[in-house]
Design a protein around this ligand. Structure first.
Ligand code: SF4
Length: 96
């Protein structure tokens, strides 16, 4: 399990989560990405990012609201294939 960054981060990209993550597993490419991404292989599930996010965009993957479940796949995908992940973010943003 891991924490996931969902829809409210899109085009918002507050960086509070990055500042509090003790293992530096939250990433994004400035000027290109529309949100931040959590590496599920690095996340130690401390919950600090969820508490820090001013947009309530972060939840543990087993607590994601129905419409946010796809973001677990998006976050994991970004660390393997960022271009594909960005395409998914665009589609999910359009559908919101
Ligand atoms: Fe980082 Fe903790 Fe959030 Fe995981 S739960 S992304 S380790 S701050």
């Amino acid at each position: 399990m891991a924490y996931v960054i969902a829809a409210p981060c899109i085009d918002n990209s507050d960086q509070s989560c990055v500042e509090v993550c003790p293992v530096d597993c939250i990433a994004s490419e400035p000027g290109i990405d529309r949100k931040f991404y959590i590496d599920p292989d690095g996340c130690i599930e401390c919950g600090a990012c969820e508490m820090a996010c001013p947009n309530q965009a972060i939840a543990r993957d087993d607590r994601l609201a129905g419409g946010w479940r796809h973001f677990a796949e998006v976050d994991a995908l970004w660390f393997r294939d960022p271009v594909a992940a960005r395409g998914l973010v665009d589609r999910l943003a359009d559908a919101a």
